[in-house]
Write a protein that binds this ligand. Structure first.
Ligand SMILES: Cc1cc2nc3c(=O)[nH]c(=O)nc-3n(C[C@H](O)[C@H](O)[C@H](O)COP(=O)(O)OP(=O)(O)OC[C@H]3O[C@@H](n4cnc5c(N)ncnc54)[C@H](O)[C@@H]3O)c2cc1C
Length: 363
């Protein structure tokens, strides 16, 4: 018998499991894959994430994961640089998602959460979850099962979907000479992010208009002919209308609750923050009652996403039409400094150098 059952063991699910377990709750996490598993993602974590690692005493151990330090952002139009910005602060990292997610799950397990890997949830009745491992009693369910959330649909928190005309792709590429910037290239059929994730590995994440007949491999050949790729993985949808985040019995966190265009490299941060919010409100149920806790989560979640949605909608609008996006990029070429403050803001650069912050959290 568990107090909370979490479906999905990605960053959102593991963070919620860690907080709830540390507070003494009996938590079960169901994860359909076996870790470490690959994930379509740019693998970049902006400096904002440090505040979370520190709050939960994880900064030291996060710092020991194999990583690469990202020191700047280069914006390109059709492969030619428009803006090259060096971050004013240290702290942006790339960590391979297989490594990151397995580590977070291990941290949650150490805090007392039970994980069942290779188990898929597919049904939800009043107080039970139907899974490939049988029926499980679940008084409270957290849906941390990503952008195509089954829990969201089963608990009727999902809204009718609007077709998303873009598809995400990812692969690892061999580019030994790549520098320590994230490279974002906008071209008529979409855009890509290219960055190092270790001293030997690089990754490219592509977002292509579904209507454009071009393949990811053709884009690679066009802009990075020297790169050789392995296997492409795809992801859909790229954005989605916001869903209701809770009906008091089911609570959605991470991508299950909200999906924004992956432009700002904030998906993991947002997943962790929403997990933290939901876990804290779930822990307040005994004090304030489930309805008040749920209402507070709803409104805090909405407030957290307000500014992010605005920025994402603006960039999404700019990118939704290829002619429009190319014109905007053309004008940026004449006014490159306009984008630098925005880049710093999106990065959420820490007010103090990161190393200093890490030493604060050293026990
Ligand atoms: C092209 C692209 C590039 C991106 N680049 C970045 C980036 O550079 N930086 C960044 O921070 N974010 C990036 N993101 C966003 C980021 O990947 C997500 O926001 C993040 O993974 C959300 O975490 P999550 O825990 O909510 O969901 P997920 O990481 O998707 O985890 C969900 C988990 O649930 C499991 N699951 C699903 N269904 C079930 C089920 N029925 N039963 C049991 N388990 C289930 C899955 O196996 C998975 O492990 C990118 C996204 C895309 C599409």
């Amino acid at each position: 018998m568990y107090d909370v059952v979490i479906v999905g063991g990605g960053p959102a699910g593991s963070m919620a499991a860690l907080i709830l377990s540390r507070a003494g709750k009996k938590v079960l996490v169901l994860e359909k894959s076996h870790f470490p598993r690959a994930k379509v993602c740019g693998n970049s974590l902006n400096p904002r994430n440090w505040s979370l690692w520190q709050r939960h005493g994880l900064a030291e151990r996060f710092n020991r994961l194999p990583h690469f330090k990202i020191r700047g952002f280069t914006l390109e139009r059709g492969g030619s640089p428009v803006l090259r910005h060096s971050f004013r602060h240290e702290g942006a990292r790339t960590v391979e998602r297989g490594t990151l997610d397995a580590w977070l799950a291990e941290e949650a397990h150490r805090a007392g959460a039970t994980f069942l890997f290779g188990v898929t949830a597919h049904g939800l009745t009043d107080s039970h979850l139907q899974t490939t491992a049988g029926e499980i009693e679940a008084p409270l369910v957290i849906g941390a099962d990503g952008r195509n959330s089954v829990v969201g649909r089963l608990s009727r928190l999902a809204r009718a979907s609007v077709a998303c005309g873009r598809i995400g792709w990812q692969t690892f590429v061999d580019l030994p000479a790549l520098d320590d910037h994230v490279h974002m290239n906008v071209f008529p059929e979409g855009y890509y992010g290219l960055n190092r994730i270790s001293s030997t590995q690089n990754t490219i994440t592509l977002v292509l208009f579904a209507a454009s007949k071009v393949t990811p491999e053709q884009i690679l050949q066009r802009y990075l002919p020297q790169a050789s790729s392995t296997t492409w993985k795809s992801m859909h949808p790229i954005t989605r209308k916001p869903w209701e985040v809770t009906n008091a019995r089911s609570w959605l966190i991470g991508d299950a609750a909200r999906v924004l265009e992956p432009l700002t490299g904030e998906g993991v941060f947002s997943a962790l923050v929403s997990a933290e919010m939901a876990a804290n409100h779930l822990l307040s149920i005994e004090r304030v009652g489930v309805r008040v806790a749920a209402a507070r989560y709803r409104s805090q979640h909405r407030a957290f996403y307000r500014m992010r949605t605005l920025l994402n909608s603006a960039v999404g609008w700019a990118l939704a039409d290829s002619t429009r996006s190319m014109r905007i990029m053309q004008s940026l070429e004449y006014w490159p400094t306009a984008a630098s403050p925005l880049v710093e803001w999106v990065q959420g650069a820490a007010p103090r150098p990161i190393r200093e912050e890490i030493s604060i959290s050293t026990p």
